[in-house]
Design a protein around this ligand. Structure first.
Ligand code: SF4
Length: 338
């Protein structure tokens, strides 16, 4: 591949801005209309989870920055601002690809100091977004983790994961592999409007079926639950029913939070498509990024019986009534390895 001839000693690490991020070249191709890839050489692949984060893993790997799945509610949007890109359209269309991530990861996992602690993928952006079809970073990452004896988890909305199913099945014979699929919306129109770059809910249900048939106990992230739009009993009943029918073992559902740049990006969509809900949102999110404790409790009481009805194990999640605005963990992180 083109980048293999590049040296591995370029700047990177924290990706403070594209100019200092080890940028090798910027690419646009007809197959990915409207998307620009920024190919960088990273210096490190493993990211340590901030101290105090209440998650059952200590490390993450993010092969890309930005995500063409373009979910309006995506909590990772703000991270694009560290690259001097904006958290709206740029996050959806300016994708930073760490082309050497597998080689760097292999080197890091080979250190004698590596303790084989669980590594999570999909905690920031989706590793099986469309770009993975072009760059094929995941097979190298999976092999590096497996061969080093490192347990790992993947959370995705991308049926492209099926491409790597044989590899994942073989990996699961050697290390613990946890797979989770995110399906927040069943309604096709709402899905197209809110998650315009993601594969259809039907395609993701088929992914759940394929993973289940391959022997994995699949967890489904029915999240975020969007107040007033996806929290109706009929919608939740239908989505849990579809997930159970696809063979999922467990599910987790929790309300959307709106922090930083994501808040404005989501609320501008709401104002355009569902202006009548704005008043309710002002009330629900009056404390900041999180819904009121009353709403959280109400949602839990709605979800629990539905999960039981459909024979799905409820995946636990520490959700204190009061969360700080600077909570270091993401909801997706909490769902993994739950
Ligand atoms: S798939 Fe995940 S990472 Fe990608 S835009 Fe949607 S929420 Fe964000």
């Amino acid at each position: 591949m083109r980048w293999q001839s590049q040296t591995l000693d370029a700047e990177d690490g924290a990706l403070p801005g594209l100019s200092r991020a080890g940028l090798v070249r910027t690419v646009q191709t007809p197959e990915f209309e409207g998307i620009t890839f920024h190919e960088v050489l990273c210096k490190s692949a493993l990211n340590r989870v901030p101290e105090g984060a209440n998650v059952p893993f200590q490390w993450t790997v993010n092969p890309m920055r930005g995500c063409s799945h373009a979910c309006r509610y995506c909590f990772a949007r703000g991270t694009h601002e560290y690259l001097d890109l904006d958290a709206g359209r740029d996050f959806d269309s300016q994708i930073v690809v760490k082309t050497n991530v597998a080689a760097v990861l292999r080197k890091e996992l080979g250190r004698r100091s590596w303790l084989r602690e669980p590594v999570a993928l999909g905690t920031n952006t989706d590793p099986y977004q469309r770009a993975e079809g072009r760059y094929r970073l995941m097979p190298g990452i999976i092999r590096a983790l497996t061969e080093s004896g490192t347990p790992f988890s993947i959370l995705t909305k991308g049926p492209l994961l099926r491409r790597d199913l044989p590899l994942l099945t073989a990996a699961a014979e050697q290390v613990r592999v946890s797979l989770a699929v995110s399906i927040a919306i069943l309604d096709e129109d709402l899905h197209r409007s809110l998650e315009p770059g993601t594969p259809s809910p039907r395609a993701r249900l088929e992914l759940v079926r394929a993973l289940t048939d391959a022997g994995f106990a699949v967890n489904v992230l029915v999240a975020p639950v969007i107040p007033g739009l996806t929290d109706g009993r009929a919608h939740l009943d239908a989505i849990f029913g579809a997930i159970a029918a696809a063979g999922a073992e467990s599910a987790v559902a929790f309300p959307m939070h709106l922090r930083g740049s994501t808040r404005g990006w989501f609320l501008s969509w709401l104002a355009e498509h569902h202006p009548a809900l704005l008043r309710r949102y002002r009330q629900l999110y009056r404390r900041g990024a999180y819904v009121t404790p009353e709403y959280s409790a109400w949602l839990r009481s709605r979800v629990a019986p539905l999960l039981a009805e459909h024979g799905l194990t409820a995946r636990g999640r520490a959700e204190p009534e009061t969360r700080t605005e600077t909570a270091p963990t993401s909801d997706a992180q909490l769902a993994l390895f739950a």
